[in-house]
Design a protein around this ligand. Structure first.
Ligand SMILES: [Zn+2]
Length: 374
């Protein structure tokens, strides 16, 4: 067995991940393909040329890899992510899994409601193991190197999808994340590398919420991929983590997101860290939530409690914060404006390396039979 990090353009050795921001949003299909983009203008991240500017600035500042945290059916576009990665030289890790329910078209929610846990897990697993394909947003940056199938918009009830499922020998699944892009050329690509999940409701989880969490847990135990949880203030994150643990998920593969804006009680952060979970602080440089002083104070307390090796930092950028779209601070903003602050607040180079290179590599690595680095 060997450890790899699965990027959209192929597997890499975890040591090769380099500086990584593990929760960003760098592209989203425009309009009809993404109900969330219709609802929130911040999610209209739909111009590959503008996104490319941010990725190039990120690369120039020392960024090496980035996670795109938008899962399948929410406007994720694997073909654009592949093209953007090839054009910029930044490794991109794509997400499968699920987001909050308002991100979906009704037909997708209906499909999730009508499917059992196994069917949904099969979809997520196939996106990680075989390949994902979605998008169809028009011209794709770097598309010459992509399979022509990559530009198709795949939704559960597209006739083309059914046809492909049959070809893949899986007529039971209306949509399987098929087409490992570049397959047969000795390099598997176009695959998702982590499982996104989201809890939002305050109070008891709905049946659908539990079903999707179960499917994500099964996906984690079958693939070994990291499982990321989007949290909201007041949501019962502890219940979700316990549920995942009871379902067999290794807490060391769980990444609890948005902790710096959703959970003011640091004893809760410490409880997750003690279990072995990663804590993601991804509200960096978002003054509408809190200033950098507050951010630094959380990080210092967690580090002095001995949890430096559980910390992940990211910006969770959307359109209004990507410089290519006219926003601030840009994808490179963390490196340019926040890293100097970290360094003057008592974090040395070893600490910085741990937070931005070693921790993401540990969180995102999964085991494969044989490492085939393209
Ligand atoms: Zn996010």
């Amino acid at each position: 067995m060997a450890s790899v990090v699965r990027t959209v353009t192929g597997d890499i050795a975890p040591e090769g991940l380099g500086y990584c921001q593990p929760h960003e949003h760098i592209f989203s299909s425009p309009g009809e393909a993404s109900p969330a983009a219709k609802l929130f203008s911040a999610l209209r991240i739909d111009d590959p040329r503008k996104t490319l500017k941010d990725l190039l600035a990120y690369k120039e500042s020392g960024g090496s890899s980035v996670v795109d945290a938008l899962p399948v059916y929410c406007g994720r576009d694997i073909s654009q992510l592949c093209g953007l990665s090839r054009k910029s030289g930044v490794r991109i890790i794509a997400s499968t899994g699920f987001h909050r329910f308002y991100y979906y078209e009704k037909e997708i929610i209906d499909w999730y409601k009508g499917s059992d846990v196994e069917m949904i897990a099969d979809l997520f697993v196939s996106e990680i193991e075989e390949g994902a394909s979605d998008g169809g947003t028009g011209e794709t940056i770097g598309s010459a190197e992509l399979s022509p199938l990559a530009n198709r918009r795949l939704f559960p009830f597209d006739s083309g999808t059914r046809e492909t499922s049959e070809r893949m020998g899986s007529s039971s699944l209306p949509y399987k994340g098929q087409f490992a892009l570049g397959r047969g050329e000795g390099k598997a690509s176009g695959r998702a590398g982590l499982i996104k999940t989201a809890i939002g409701e305050v109070g008891a989880f709905s049946f659908l919420q539990l079903k999707l969490l179960s499917a994500a847990a099964k996906t984690q135990t079958r693939t070994g991929a990291a499982l990321m949880i989007h949290t909201e203030p007041g949501a019962d994150v502890l219940a979700a983590v316990s549920f995942l643990e009871d379902s067999g998920v290794d807490p060391a593969k769980i990444v609890v997101c948005h902790m710096d804006r959703t959970e003011p009680d640091l004893s809760v952060h410490k409880a997750f860290a003690l279990k072995g979970c990663f804590l993601e602080y991804d509200t960096v440089l978002r003054p509408k939530y809190h200033g950098s002083e507050k951010e630094i104070s959380i990080l210092l307390e967690m580090a002095s409690a001995g949890f430096l090796d559980r910390m992940l930092l990211s910006l969770d950028v959307t359109r209004e914060r990507l410089s290519g779209y006219g926003g601030v601070p840009g994808l490179a903003g963390l490196i340019r404006y926040f890293l100097p602050l970290l360094r003057t607040s008592g974090f040395d180079e070893k600490d910085v390396h741990k937070i931005f290179c070693e921790n993401p590599a540990r969180a995102l690595s999964l085991q494969v039979q044989e490492r085939r680095i393209p």
